[in-house]
Design a protein around this ligand. Sequence first.
Ligand code: HPA
Ligand code: ZN
Length: 326
Amino acid sequence: ARLPALLQAMPKAELHIHIEGSLEPELIFQLAERNGVRLPYASVEALRSAYAFSNLQSFLDIYYAGASVLLTEQDFYDMARAYLRRAVRDKVVRAEIFFDPQTHTARGVSMETVIRGLHRACEDAQREWGISAALILCFLRHLSEEDAFATLEQALPFQGQFIGVGLDSSELGHPPEKFERVFARCRALGLHRVAHAGEEGPPAYIWSALDALQVERIDHGVQALKDEALVARLARERVALTVCPLSNQKLCVFPDLAQHNLRALLDAGLCATVNSDDPAYFGGYINDNFLQVFAATGMTAAHAWQLASNSFEASFAPEADKRAWM
Ligand code: HPA
Ligand code: ZN
């Protein structure tokens, strides 16, 4: 079969998707209207034309502004349902979805509102469309350890409704070890742990995500190739990297997609996966990421099967489900 058809049709897991980054401009305007929120953009087109980024921070500023329209449980439900519907079309059979509660609780939205809306969307999608979906609570690393601990406390009454914790937002200047004690507590609670590391930051941040935070996966991790000893460790321990090609292109981590190192990561024996990160902002959902990075780098059907298999291996789904998908 043609490679694009294979990429689109193959079952896959998506392990790196920020639900607030799936909020399309049309839905931002619809929710702004519904909630009486004033936006600093005149139209959907004006907002979309502001999506020209030079680095991670230039994206985060506009991403947090977009999330300001989310107020009610129904808003969080509608956002997650739209993403899950789209993921099903891309043959995603398992989605592990990041959310950023501090972006919402800082505006007076309760933790309960956020988690209940997202979790109900996951349950309904599983029942109606058969997709397996779970939530991962991310701490914002530009905020303090104290704020992260307070956020964890607020989330504990809903511990059955998320499977793990992550670490996102501005990477440079906020190394993983800032959250060592928070992650130790999460580990003791039996939560899965992941962290963004080596997106813009150095290989040292990947080392400390592994050693100080004891994470089970690295989000992005594309800077790992700069450190031979790190590559050897990631390969030996089968630590997955959740790579996001279009995100890396749009945030200028690589000058263009043809320079992306996904193929080199796979050829080095690493458990790399393909994901969309913030699909509404970076110009594509998971299959767009597969199609464009394969076209730009000349990867083959063997790489495609490896990436799909890696995505299931790296997922936190029950082992019986993983075996059935692989
Ligand atoms: N990196 C860090 N924080 C984020 C990202 C990302 O790619 N997407 C949403 N929050
Ligand atoms: Zn991310």
